[in-house]
Design a protein around this ligand. Structure first.
Ligand SMILES: [Zn+2]
Length: 223
């Protein structure tokens, strides 16, 4: 079987998490989220985790080299047939670092999957999210409202808006995305790796489209 080495791109609120869940189920690919990876290394107190903590404790960013080493370890460990990488790269420098490291290991990316969503939709999706304070149950004031305003259906606890989802914060996150991450779209397009999906569509439709694209990629590789 050919490898499917994938990265997920898209603004916050594009539905990357949902699509990642489905793709890992559909294709049996390990999901590698860099946030989770950092936490795991810290909790287990690995050499890389201890090294990363030195930066995080000072409020500094963890150097790309360290993150890439964590990713490659994980790929070695679980990603023999492919992987789905989320949260990295977030800049062109990081993309270069990842590309080089993969190449040194005799591998390369199969595709960069972009979930395309306009800013207005992102703001509507994120700023409408509500979470219950007790168990973290999620709602959306427009798309998935609770039966009673501000109260969790499942445990009756209060619903709040997470700081990350406040409109001012969402706008800041979007600005960072446009400034730093969006150049990756051209980067992967130039390398013939970009595959674009309309992330404003229903999650099931997006998933169908991605699956069809991946099936095609595999087919092309075999020919
Ligand atoms: Zn709840």
């Amino acid at each position: 079987m050919s490898e499917l080495n994938l990265i997920l791109l898209g603004p916050p609120g594009a539905g990357k998490g949902t699509q990642a869940d489905r793709l890992t189920d559909d294709f049996g690919l390990p999901y590698i989220g860099t946030g989770d990876l950092l936490r795991k290394h810290q909790e287990e107190g690995t050499e890389l985790g201890v090294e990363a903590a030195k930066y995080m404790d000072k409020g500094d960013l963890v150097p790309d080299e360290l993150v890439v080493r964590m990713i490659l370890d994980e790929i070695d460990d679980r990603g023999r047939d492919g992987f789905l990488l989320d949260g990295y790269p977030r800049s062109v420098d990081q993309a270069d670092a990842l590309g080089d490291a993969l190449e040194e290991n005799g591998r390369s990316l199969t595709a960069a999957l972009l979930l395309d969503v306009d800013d207005e939709t992102v703001i509507q999706r994120l700023s409408g999210r509500r979470q219950c304070v007790k168990s973290g149950h999620l709602y959306h004031v427009l798309f998935d409202p609770p039966k009673h305003d501000g109260v969790c259906d499942q445990d009756g606890s209060r619903l709040i808006q997470r700081d990350d989802d406040r409109p001012e914060t969402v706008k800041k996150r979007l600005k960072t995305y446009h400034d730093v991450t969006e150049p990756l779209i051209d980067y992967y397009e130039e390398r013939g790796l970009l595959r674009r999906f309309d992330g404003t569509r229903d999650a099931g439709e997006v998933n169908d489209h991605i699956r069809a694209t991946l099936a095609m990629l595999r087919l092309e590789e075999r020919l």
